[in-house]
Design a protein. Structure first.
Length: 400
């Protein structure tokens, strides 16, 4: 019986993880759940899974949750704040941690799980994007098991040899191929992207995701962050990581080998597949996902990404090449710019301009400590806010 903590339980990954866990009550128990502010949803999850601890983002949310749990006669302990997240990620009773908090807020608890030697199921990109070397050093020092949850990285993980040690040449690996759906604007005229609304950007053709990740998919920043993540997970340089647009989202990623072989992982687009793979690794369990019927798929298409259409992808490659804290600057500026777009403070095509401006304006240094990384994160957020304040929303200006 494995005891699991889920960081970000009310998000799409957290909900899918609980769905898989519920299918296997003989294998898994829930030690702790966390949510930032979705108190009602978290209370319902506590009623079903009865965790020992539930963590929220503020004292007010903790008071609300505690009242709801008392009304349900549950004895789940309630806590709040970053330290509480770190505590449930590193607790001695915990075997595995699903790290699914979106954004920089997930960095500290995910790192705490790695330092505690847990099985870390990584759905939080920022842990590797912001502090890749620090995170991988923590995994190596503690003996933690690191299992990727992103469908692309989990696919690559499944396509690599079982004894892979982050040295591509030693395993005969010549290239890692990250597939991308292309998002909702793959075929939309580039000159019309200035008028994209948040609702349009969040309407992904294949995946059901939260608003921030959906916008990242529309700009392809999500794929840029995945390139950086793949570098740290698999030890491949930028030149050996290629993004391939595959609109059907059936092939989740591929690995190319020196003998000419290309090994791919296929499946229906459902995050329960990589979640089940990580929960049961090295075994296989039912995920609730329907088996792929290739006769129904029909055609598989592939094309190269256009950096003019997707400048955020180019910015991510630039940040990876620059190294140090450059990816932390990229990530922080993107988080601020995406939120500003969702709040209708800037237009869709101003997201990449804000990020590029921050990258140009701020010097980057070595990512030598978590404090150095977070200092750069804070500086980038402040610079992004200044840049946003200086911009006018093009659609609002046109309608004024």
């Amino acid at each position: 019986m494995q005891s699991i903590t889920i960081l970000g339980a009310t998000g799409s990954i957290g909900v899918s993880t609980l769905d898989v866990i519920a299918r296997h009550p003989d294998r898994y128990t829930v030690y702790a759940l966390s949510a930032h502010s979705r108190v009602d949803e978290l209370a319902a999850q506590c009623r079903q899974f009865q965790p020992k601890v539930a963590v929220v983002g503020s004292a007010d949310a903790a008071d609300q949750l505690a009242a709801l749990l008392r009304a349900m006669n549950l004895d789940t302990q309630v806590a709040w704040g970053e330290q509480a997240l770190c505590d449930i990620a590193s607790a001695g009773e915990v075997d595995g941690v699903m790290a699914a908090i979106v954004g920089a807020a997930g960095l500290a608890p995910t790192l705490a799980a790695a330092r505690a030697g847990k099985k870390v199921m990584l759905a939080n990109k920022e842990a590797l994007v912001m502090s890749g070397q620090l995170f991988m050093d923590a995994v190596a020092a503690s003996g933690a098991t690191l299992l990727p949850i992103d469908s692309e990285h989990n696919a690559i993980f499944q396509c690599l040899p079982a004894d892979y040690r982050r040295v591509p040449a030693a395993a005969g690996v010549t290239k890692i191929l990250l597939t991308a759906s292309g998002g909702p604007f793959l075929k939309r005229a580039v000159e019309t992207l200035d008028t994209v609304t948040p609702a349009e950007a969040c309407k992904h053709p294949k995946w059901v995701m939260g608003p921030k990740i959906s916008v990242d998919s529309a700009t392809m920043m999500n794929k840029g962050l995945e390139v950086i993540e793949a570098h740290w997970l698999f030890g491949a340089p930028a030149a050996q990581i290629e993004v391939v647009i595959h609109p059907q989202s059936v092939i989740h990623s591929m690995v190319s080998y020196a003998d000419g072989s290309v090994i791919a992982e296929l499946g229906n687009p459902d995050m329960r597949t990589p979640i089940a793979n990580a929960l049961a690794y090295p075994e296989r369990i039912a995920s609730g996902v329907a088996q792929l019927d290739l006769t129904q798929v029909g055609t598989l298409q592939f094309e190269k990404p256009d950096f003019k259409r997707f400048p955020c992808l180019a910015l991510a490659y630039d940040a990876l090449q620059a190294g140090g804290t450059a990816p932390a600057l990229l990530n922080a500026a993107n988080e601020v710019a995406v939120q500003a777009f969702l709040d209708e403070r800037i237009g869709f095509r101003q997201i990449d301009r804000v990020i590029a401006g921050v990258m140009d304006a701020l010097p980057h240094g070595p990512a030598s400590s978590i404090e150095a990384v977070m200092a750069q994160d804070a500086a980038a957020r402040a610079a992004a806010e200044r840049a946003i304040a200086a911009l006018g929303h093009p659609l609002k200006a046109a309608n004024a």
